[in-house]
Design a protein around this ligand. Structure first.
Ligand code: TRP
Length: 445
């Protein structure tokens, strides 16, 4: 299928739903709780909220404005602004990062699909056994990646937008129900305290890096996904209110997920610092104690899998938009080639959950196991680094004045002061803060 005219979202609401669909996913319900658990709880949550407001929202507005202005994928967008020079490498980095994140994102999403089945059939094997079994590990991985490719093949409006429409409200409602149940469990108070009453002595450079990385991951920033989604926005969309709506709904869902997980976790006497398995160990506990737990559990994991799907398609769409625009591949060829690449890259991650002791015990930068290491390098570091270069590119190279003109399009004068604040944040605060936070990786700071 060759797209002659660049497609657009069907409506403003359609765009907001699709962008929220990209943002809301495993990042909120799987990654946010276990990262919070590893980084000491409430203090991390506070730093995270600050990162979303001070860095996340400005970078989100910046990505959307560059996308809408150029109507291109990240590589093409950068080339439109600066035809020559090294800046476009940032676009390639985005394409690669998207495919690598997709590789392990699909594995974790596969666990979710597996848990639909497990909950339904009351299979009792524990999480560790489940993910160490290569049959289920690879089977569900391939199913999820295949679904992602199918939706991306369908294109923007039919594929992506349609899926996002009913899902968000449903996910919200089921989380609300689960919170009410979890906080009334005996022993839940300790979890609420861990999650909401900050111990500031726990904030270190590493905490801040983890919080910033999580903000980029959760808001789908730093690799051009929002440039790509922005390229399909009609001109008359208000970028400031859209970005704020997306960021707030994403943050709300993450905070709600924590309110389910931590009370239940402490009620069951489990450790908060158990890493990526956290929610998969805790959630079945909740469902097994709940009235009608099987139904609720099955329904929850179905919603989570769909939320993951509306996110994973944006990871793949970036590379597909690039291959279609720049390499002139058909959408079908681009999707098949990049999906296959994600599968190959995902193999060691899939084997790193107990099946292959080599990949499971690999140790780097304080992370153990191939999946965790790749998540740190691409899901935290590459996104944060991408955000640094992107804020310099948009704030200084393209220039915040030109970007502001794009953002102001169709808005009234009252937005002028807001844009002044945005310019200041994107030119000074974002680059400087991100730079210092990144130094942590090398333990310089
Ligand atoms: N934000 C999604 C989540 O929280 C994951 C995701 C989708 C993403 N697209 C992205 C992360 C682009 C980084 C960049 O589950």
């Amino acid at each position: 299928m060759i797209e002659e005219q660049r497609s657009q979202w069907g409506s403003k609401l359609g765009f907001i739903l699709a962008a929220s669909g990209s943002a809301i996913g495993l990042g909120n319900i799987w990654r946010f709780p276990y990262t919070t658990g590893e980084n000491g709880g409430a203090a991390f949550v506070l730093v995270y909220l600050i990162c979303v407001v001070v860095i996340g929202i400005p970078v989100l507005i910046a990505e959307l404005s560059l996308g809408r202005h150029t109507q291109r994928n990240p590589v093409g967008a950068i080339k439109t602004i600066v035809p020559k020079g090294a800046w476009k490498i940032l676009g390639y980095l985005g394409v690669i990062t998207g495919i690598v994140i997709l590789s392990y994102y699909s594995i974790v999403a596969g666990w979710t699909i597996g848990y639909i089945v497990k909950t339904f059939t009351h299979t009792t094997s524990d999480f560790g056994q489940f993910i160490a079994d290569p049959k289920s590990e690879f089977g569900y991985f391939i199913v999820f990646l295949g679904l992602t490719m199918l939706v991306v093949l369908g294109g923007v409006k039919e594929g992506i937008e349609r899926w996002s429409k009913i899902l968000m409200p449903l996910l919200f409602l089921i989380l609300l129900g689960l919170i009410l149940f979890a906080i009334t469990l005996p022993g839940a108070e300790a979890g609420i305290k861990f999650y909401l009453s900050p111990d500031f002595s726990k904030i270190t450079g590493k905490t801040i890096l983890a919080a910033l990385g999580q903000a980029f991951f959760s808001l789908s920033l730093g690799m051009g996904a929002m440039i790509t989604y922005g390229s399909y926005i009609p001109k008359n969309t208000n970028l400031i209110t859209s970005a704020t709506t997306v960021a707030l709904s994403d943050t709300l869902i993450a905070i709600m997920a924590g309110l389910v997980i931590f009370p239940a976790l402490f009620a069951a006497g489990m450790s908060p610092a158990q890493g990526p398995g956290l929610v998969f160990n805790v959630l079945p506990q909740i469902f097994s104690q709940m009235p009608a737990g099987t139904i609720v559990g099955v329904f929850f994991f179905i919603l989570l899998a769909i939320a993951a799907l509306t996110s994973s398609i944006s990871l793949l769409e970036v590379g597909v938009a690039w291959a279609v625009d720049e390499l002139k591949l058909t959408r079908t060829k681009a999707t098949l080639a990049l999906g296959f690449a994600a599968f190959i890259i995902g193999i060691p991650s899939a084997m790193s959950q107990g099946y292959s002791s080599f990949f499971s015990n690999l140790h780097l930068l304080g992370k153990t196991g191939f999946l965790d290491i790749v998540d740190f390098l691409f899901g935290s570091f590459a996104l944060t680094f991408g955000g640094l270069i992107l804020s310099i590119f948009i704030g200084w190279k393209w220039g915040s004045a030109k970007a502001s003109d794009e953002i102001m399009y169709g808005l009234d004068k009252n937005y002028k002061p807001v844009l002044k604040i945005w310019s200041f944040l994107i030119r000074f605060v974002c680059p400087v803060v991100i730079f210092f936070v990144l130094l942590n990786i090398f333990e310089i700071f």
